[in-house]
Design a protein around this ligand. Structure first.
Ligand SMILES: [Fe+2]
Ligand SMILES: [Fe+2]
Length: 270
């Protein structure tokens, strides 16, 4: 299967011409008391869903028993599920165990990594990372001063580098998706107090997105933020449950116009 955006529009090879349907959710915050809600959400996935993307804060406090609730809900699904971790998932510093539990249920955790796969013959690439803090112009953490603060800056640098690397890895795919927990833009943070914006994301994450123009960027974390935003001409969506108000938000990546192969795919929002 050719995997060259320059030669083919998105979904050129799709059977029946049906666009790829993505179900996205962030900040599920699973825990044992929430088992019914979580199980019901996944049991209610719309027919025709091709891909499930989870934008971090999978758990309440990062306990493997909490993520098992999510894993149980995903086990047996016949669509691929990709996830990134959020800050809540790191709270007990047991991220490795969370990955093991998720992996046992077939959920693929992306941690500063990329995956390439086919959806009904269409080459799809997903770059996934938690991202990190640092702020946005006028509210920026500088790379200066105490070593501890410089470590925070350096951690975000690792995310920016991983995002750049991942986007290069999926460069030839017909559909290219970025999955984050922290936001790369303030456009999806409106509604959150400006004083905490430096803890909700980093504008540095926007650099690789602007350079590589993936088709869609999804993130969570900003529970009081705004659903739709952008980085340049790339659409960005905050899919935190508290923002979308539903178990999943569905996106359909539609056919790319042949003469506009350098533009992001049309994104239809339901
Ligand atoms: Fe959250
Ligand atoms: Fe979060």
């Amino acid at each position: 299967m050719a995997c060259n955006r320059a030669e083919s529009g998105i979904l050129r090879h799709v059977q029946n011409g049906r666009p790829i349907r993505i179900a996205a959710a962030g900040d599920i915050h699973a825990s044992e008391p929430e088992r019914g809600r979580v199980a019901g959400a996944f049991a209610g996935l719309q027919a025709g869903t091709d891909l499930v993307l989870l934008a971090g804060d999978l758990t309440t406090c990062g306990d493997p028993e909490e993520v098992a609730v999510l894993a149980d809900a995903c086990r047996g699904l016949d669509v691929p599920v990709f996830a990134v971790l959020g800050n809540h998932d790191w709270h007990l510093d047991r991220a490795g165990e969370l990955g093991d539990v998720l992996g046992g249920a077939g959920v693929q955790l992306l941690e500063r990594s990329a995956a390439r796969f086919d959806v009904r013959g269409v080459p799809v690439g997903v770059v996934g990372l938690k991202g990190f803090v640092g702020g946005f112009p006028d509210y920026v953490l500088p790379d200066f001063g105490e070593p501890l603060l410089r470590q925070v800056y350096a951690e975000t640098t690792k995310d920016v580098e991983a995002l750049e690397r991942g986007l290069r890895e999926i460069e030839g795919c017909d559909v290219r998706i970025v999955l984050l927990h922290y936001s790369p833009t303030t456009t999806t943070l409106e509604g959150e107090p400006r004083g905490i914006w430096p803890f909700l994301g980093s504008h540095r994450l926007a650099g690789p997105i602007a350079d590589h123009t993936p088709d869609i960027v999804l993130h969570g974390h900003a529970h009081a933020g705004t659903f739709d935003g952008f980085v340049g001409r790339v659409p960005v969506y905050n899919v935190a449950l508290a923002v979308t108000g539903r178990d999943f938000w569905y996106f359909e990546l539609a056919r790319r116009e042949p003469k506009q192969t350098d533009r992001p795919a049309e994104v239809r929002v339901e």
